[in-house]
Design a protein around this ligand. Structure first.
Ligand code: ADP
Ligand code: MG
Length: 489
């Protein structure tokens, strides 16, 4: 362990992330095979993905569109003339002996992703590029004692590799960046963003240097990170390890590392000497892509509203607190649901409270997403409006009516309210009767109130709720209660 914080303070970390985003296209990048996840092993294959002699690739138009979408979303320059390259290496799960990728002219250049850190600081993570490539198959080493198994379903599935500049400074920043990137690909509907299924894979390049030093230190690249949390853990571990080495006067080798999620420790997978020489050259079997301005414009027109834009709308037009806007826009389905409610309510904060509270708890308890939430937005909107109009109180709405709606999501709300008998008693004389009953039950507390202890109001309100079966408007009842108590003085 580090002797002192001071030692650690001398250094700063420099991190660059390479993220593989698996595109949710129906077919693979360069052939018609299904790109479906979870099929039986070696069922989504064909001569092209097996790399059989004479088989020719053909670019899937969708992957180009998806790449441009992501590029536009993060403000990249779309590289209108771009082409594919071969990256040559030998591995059993790469039957062709090369991967089709983009090296020399990637489809998107630059751009940035805005992240918010826990201390409230906002930062733009600058990107280097986005390029299109195909995935390799999967080698499985832990099923059989003697043999490694190969599943080529994934061979040829389309990926975007999103590469940052070395500008990230901590594990937390890396995690915030990945969270934003995942949000974006989900909003754009180009990838499901599930890191545990390998739909988003991240390699973290980590180096350290003395503060103020302009040169980059030797980096280590950590592979096999299957969750955002593990990316953060691996980076934090790596920073500490490198500082310790440096403090001990040990040279930091440029290695490729593996991260063990159980122990939280990195170990050397291969050294620089073992690195491949990929001998990139332009892919001769595919034409270069020549994207027209009209093509890019058409994609731009078709883009959904992105989280940042919705965040602005939610905080300005709907005047929501930033916290609410962040939570609501974290998930596109949630943001869409909120927008659907706002078209028919005036109390936007109430709508936000419903989504962030009652509804989200229900979804979490049942481990489902907003896309599986059974109650139509219009029903929740109508319920919010009834509470606004003081036809029923919030507790009844949240407990009884919500539960009833879960069972009969589209049933007429008025029918539900009358069946549940939860409509509020607006008759002042009735409420005064309840109040009198409550005051008679606790004469001592009335005295306490008269001697200045306003805290007993809570007790009386609780009693009133009990007596009325919750069917009163707390605000109105509270006022009537105070009136009566003041009269008794
Ligand atoms: P390669 O193609 O060999 O993997 P790149 O130059 O494309 O290397 O960089 C890959 C990633 O590593 C990028 O995200 C880049 O920002 C990052 N990176 C490069 N040098 C460093 C460094 N010294 N420290 C941390 N990250 C680095
Ligand atoms: Mg790399």
């Amino acid at each position: 362990m580090l002797d002192s914080l001071q030692q650690k303070d001398k250094y700063e970390a420099v991190i660059g992330l390479e993220v593989h985003v698996q595109l949710s296209t129906k077919s693979k990048a360069f052939c018609y095979d299904s790109a479906q996840y979870g099929s039986l092993p070696n069922h989504n294959i064909s001569p092209v993905s097996l790399g059989l002699p004479g088989a020719l690739p053909r670019a899937n138009q969708e992957i180009v569109k998806y790449a441009v979408k992501l590029g536009l979303a993060i403000g990249s320059t779309i590289n209108k003339y771009n082409f594919f390259d071969r990256k040559n290496y030998f591995y059993a799960d790469l039957p062709k002996g090369y991967q089709i990728t983009q090296d020399n002219q990637p489809i998107c250049l630059g751009g940035s992703v805005k992240v918010r850190l826990a201390n409230g600081v906002e930062k733009q993570v600058i990107l280097n590029r986005i390029h299109i490539e195909e995935d390799a198959g999967k080698s499985i080493h832990d099923v059989d004692d003697k043999y490694s198994l190969i599943d080529l379903n994934r061979a040829g599935v389309a990926l975007l590799e999103v590469v940052t500049e070395p500008v990230i400074e901590s594990g937390e920043e890396a995690a915030a960046y990945l969270t934003e990137l995942r949000k974006l690909v989900r909003y754009l509907n180009i990838c499901d963003g599930n890191m545990d299924e390998g739909s988003m894979r991240c390699d973290a390049n980590v180096s350290i240097r003395l503060k103020g030093d302009k040169n980059l230190g030797n980096r280590c690249e950590v592979k096999n990170l299957n969750s955002i949390k593990n990316v953060q853990r691996a980076i934090e571990h790596e920073i500490t390890r490198q500082i310790e080495l440096s403090e001990a006067g040990v040279y930091i080798d440029q290695n490729t590392l593996n991260f063990d999620a159980l122990t939280g420790i990195t170990s050397v997978l291969r050294s620089k000497e073992m690195a491949n020489d990929y001998r990139y050259f332009p892919e001769p079997d595919l034409l270069p892509l020549n994207l027209s301005d009209a093509y890019i414009e058409a994609i731009k027109k078709d883009m959904p509203a992105l989280p940042e834009e919705l965040f602005k709308q939610f905080t300005t037009q709907f005047k929501l607190p930033e916290y609410d806007a962040l939570v609501l826009t974290a998930d596109k389905d949630m943001a869409d649901y909120f927008l659907a409610i706002t078209s028919s309510v005036n109390n936007y904060k109430a709508a936000s409270n419903w989504l962030m509270g009652t509804i989200r708890s229900y979804l979490n308890e049942n481990n489902i997403g907003f896309n599986q939430f059974p109650i139509p937005a219009q029903q929740i909107a109508a319920l919010i409006n009834k509470v606004e109009a003081r036809e029923l109180n919030n507790n009844q709405a949240k407990e009884k009516v919500f539960a009833a709606l879960l069972i009969h999501p589209t049933k007429n709300l008025n029918d539900i309210l009358s069946e549940l008998n939860v409509s509020i008693n607006t008759n002042t004389a009735h409420i005064d009767g309840f109040i009198l009953a409550a005051l008679n039950k606790y004469p001592d507390k009335v005295k306490e109130y008269n001697s200045g202890k306003k805290g007993v109001l809570g007790l009386f309100m609780g009693e009133l709720m009990k007596i009325s079966g919750g069917k009163i408007d707390p605000k109105k009842a509270n006022q009537l209660l105070i009136n009566q108590l003041e009269k008794l003085k």
